[in-house]
Write a protein that binds this ligand. Structure first.
Ligand code: B12
Ligand code: SF4
Length: 504
């Protein structure tokens, strides 16, 4: 047997293989919700769905363990137990992934890696033994087959998109649900639109691929059977890419499923044209959706045209957001500054827009050019790229050589963040939102930790923090004017605390 064959023999053997599925740690970011999660004593937002899905595709007789570094430590014992490590991750988890890879190598563990970061920058990880890239539904069986035949290659990749109706049910049993604030599923992948800066269509295609309703119900049943009664985030690129299927199949299916269930509510990502379809919004609300994230990007028409976000042009975007809020969905928004068409006036316009729309959770970032996007190609031709992207589009960095003076852009960006999350503006925005928002019946699932979170917020926001007076004003206002939305007002106030802390 050659040395190479020997190296792989441990994986080919008929005896069970111990697979350690490792998810790297997120740094402290907008979406980490680190400071907010402490209030409800949770360690992370959601478990790594990619790894749980991959785990379900591995041979049944293989032993599997998940170590999500966002909720647990990777111990030497874990590494000693394992025969092979399967690592996933987004670009933002790069540093932690590198540390994990080094530790695996130190103890001689074979490494198989996949997921968004490895797919976008496969050349950056020489130490990885096998890069199983793109969607594992296509590439993993090829790797497993070659492995069984004793000839696994280093890189597996594809230009095809998987039929996700064949994706297996994620292995929920590997997850300690108590450590997470939310569970996660994925109804669909892909988006029909073509925004210049967006990497979604490059990675997941323009055709919306949906799981079947039965498949989704089975996933939810699995989660529910394991005791989950809280929020469920659906990691869609744009859930409403196929409206007919949603209206005729998925949403009626979810409505039926939720009839005898407690507590489960959904959040997802959609495009602004949801506002044009009151029937669809109502069905989503009836199916248990409470929150949608929408890429608004900018109120500037020229910048929208520049980035090809045609679906957002020539609309009254504030009115659209309010239509969705009035129908019963909270809108979170993504915003970008640094387009070629932007002038220094954009900073105040973004602040005004965010405030008027009552988008309490607004993720604002500098325009970044992600490899593989049309923007990256254009700027590369124009010689306007520098550095590598950090992977966090809300950290105030960019690899784009901007048309606007860079110091002006950075200072303007900081001003937006400082302003919209200052206690006075943020608490006022919560009120603007709650005045519009149609709260659904029985929507709020409160457990002991949520009640304790309220008392913790009194200490941290009402006693210790700057802005305590505004915090008390918000509580009094909510208690008298929107009593049923009181818990939501507290939750949103806690989010603001996280955004202030993580923005520094
Ligand atoms: C849900 C989600 C989130 C959740 C994360 C929940 C969690 N568990 O932590 C939240 C909302 C917190 C989030 C935040 C962010 N996200 Co996000 N997110 C998604 C989304 C919409 C779905 C991810 C998902 O669960 N998919 C379902 C699973 C089944 O798919 P998957 O993870 O890709 O796994 C498949 C393959 O990749 C592969 N695979 C995955 N892992 C492995 C491992 C091995 C060993 C193998 C063989 C295969 C394999 O097989 C799986 C099955 O096909 C994706 C877009 C998308 N459509 O995937 C973006 C996406 C992952 N996010 C992205 C980004 C940039 C971010 C943010 C930095 C900011 C932002 N733009 O939102 C933050 C960073 C997070 C943080 N904490 O700071 C990018 C990542 C790009 C990159 N190169 O890293 C994506 C791809 C969207 C995009 N194109 O812009 N996100
Ligand atoms: S609508 Fe959103 S997901 Fe679709 S291409 Fe544009 S930015 Fe990407």
């Amino acid at each position: 047997m050659s040395r190479k064959e020997e190296e792989h023999s441990v994986l080919i053997e008929e005896s069970p293989v111990n697979v350690l599925l490792i998810y790297p740690e997120f740094p402290d970011t907008f979406w980490s919700f680190k400071y907010a999660l402490r209030f409800i004593r949770k360690r992370a937002f959601a478990p790594p769905l990619g790894l749980l899905t991959v785990a379900a595709m591995l041979p049944k007789k293989w032993e599997k363990r998940l170590v999500d570094l966002n909720v647990a430590k990777l111990t030497d014992k874990d590494l000693a137990w394992a025969d092979v490590a399967f690592i996933s991750g987004m670009t933002i988890q790069r540093d932690s992934a590198r540390e994990i890879i080094a530790r695996c190598k130190d103890v001689g563990l074979k490494i198989v890696a996949g997921g968004p970061m490895f797919t976008t920058e496969p050349d950056a990880f020489d130490e990885v033994d096998h890069l199983v890239l793109n969607e594992a539904e296509i590439t993993l069986p090829l790797f497993l087959e070659d492995l069984a035949n004793g000839c696994p290659k280093r890189v597996y990749t594809t230009t095809e998109f998987a039929d996700i109706r064949r994706s297996p049910m994620p292995l929920w049993e590997l997850v300690n649900m108590r450590r997470y604030a939310s569970m996660i599923i994925q109804f669909s992948r892909g988006c029909p639109f073509n925004c210049e800066f967006c990497s979604v269509t490059e990675m997941f295609g323009h055709r919306t691929r949906l799981k079947s309703t039965d498949q989704i119900i089975a996933e939810l049943d699995g989660m529910y059977a394991q005791g989950w009664r809280g929020p469920v985030f659906s990691g869609d690129d744009n859930l409403i890419g196929s409206k007919r299927y949603l209206k005729e199949e998925l949403l009626p299916g979810l409505i039926r499923w939720r009839r005898d269930k407690e507590g489960v509510q959904f959040a997802t990502e959609v495009s602004i044209n949801l506002a044009d379809d009151p029937e669809l919004i109502q069905l989503m609300v009836d199916a248990g959706f409470t929150t949608v994230f929408i890429g608004i990007e900018t109120p500037d028409q020229d910048s929208l045209a520049e980035c090809g976000k045609n679906l957002n042009t020539d609309r009254d975007l504030v009115a659209d957001v309010k239509t969705i809020q009035r129908a019963g969905l909270q809108v979170q928004g993504g915003f970008i500054v640094g387009f070629d068409s932007d002038t220094p006036a954009i900073f105040q316009r973004q602040i005004d827009f965010i405030q008027r729309s009552g988008i309490v959770t607004a993720m604002v970032g500098l325009l970044q050019a992600i490899p593989g996007t049309r923007l990256y190609e254009r700027l590369s031709k124009e010689g306007r790229l520098r550095d590598a992207v950090t992977g966090d589009n809300a950290d105030g960095t960019t690899n784009v050589v901007s048309r606007m003076n860079f110091e002006t852009l950075q200072e303007g960006y900081r001003r937006i963040m400082r302003t919209i999350y200052s206690p006075r503006i943020h608490y006022a925005r919560i009120q603007i939102f709650l005045r519009e928002y149609k709260l659904q019946k029985n929507r709020t699932h409160l457990d002991v930790q949520h009640i304790l979170a309220f008392f913790r917020s009194i200490y941290h926001l009402g006693v210790k923090s700057r802005g305590r007076l505004q915090y008390w004003k918000l509580l009094v206002w909510a208690a008298f004017r929107r009593p049923k939305a009181f818990p939501l007002a507290v939750t949103l106030a806690i989010y603001g605390y996280h955004f202030r802390k993580s923005f520094g």
